[in-house]
Design a protein around this ligand. Sequence first.
Ligand SMILES: Nc1ncnc2c1ncn2[C@@H]1O[C@H](COP(=O)(O)OP(=O)(O)OP(=O)(O)O)[C@@H](O)[C@H]1O
Length: 230
Amino acid sequence: MWSDARLVMTQLALSRGERALVAGLSLELSGGDAVALVGPNGSGKTSLLRVLAGLAEPTAGDLVMSVEGADSDLPRNALVHLGGHQDGLKGALTVRQNLDFWTAYFGGSGFSISESLDQLGVGHVIDLPAAILSQGQKRRVALARLLVAPRPIWLLDEPTAALDVASTTRFLSLVEAHRASGGIVIAATHTMLDLQNLRTLDLGDYPAHGRGGEQAVSDAESYWLESEPA
Ligand SMILES: Nc1ncnc2c1ncn2[C@@H]1O[C@H](COP(=O)(O)OP(=O)(O)OP(=O)(O)O)[C@@H](O)[C@H]1O
């Protein structure tokens, strides 16, 4: 579906607040690549996904994303899907209403809502309010968004958290299909993902000078609350 999707990080550095997290990160990905983003708690995996999604700026280095034939001025959210820690569902709305909203927001043109839910094995919850779903069902509905509005680059934060074995297998086969169609996947994870030719990016290998590891931010002036991305 996509030809020559590319994502190139060159000497990237990241900070969170005043604190430098990662430095000297270089990686070149093209269509079909999948990366397990690993590293200890607090090493910057979520922070890197936020930078790749355009929600924060790197403090140094270059980041280039492109798809052959696409307008070079495409906004980042036309190239990437960010699947964050939170499922981003409105509890009072049904699953269908939630996905209607996301289809309107992202533009659709992938699988239909019911097909996407079926692909994740949750077609039966389509008319239920999101609030009553189990954690694993919520996660699968959130992942259905990847199919409703196709994007070449999937940035996923612990995508298999809360998924049972069968749902994990089902999801990983969707990841393989995405790669086969020329997409790129970067998944922050603490568990092994059973994917073909999976590359590993360990942020523990790219500590920035002065990084405080897992130390919590203790100075109230040095943090802020960020909302989950749309
Ligand atoms: N809003 C914020 N303001 C300041 N520092 C923050 C903020 N959010 C996170 N941090 C800090 O940034 C560092 C990296 O956090 P991040 O969530 O990117 O790590 P992670 O590798 O994804 O961790 P985990 O494996 O626990 O999910 C942590 O030390 C954290 O305290």
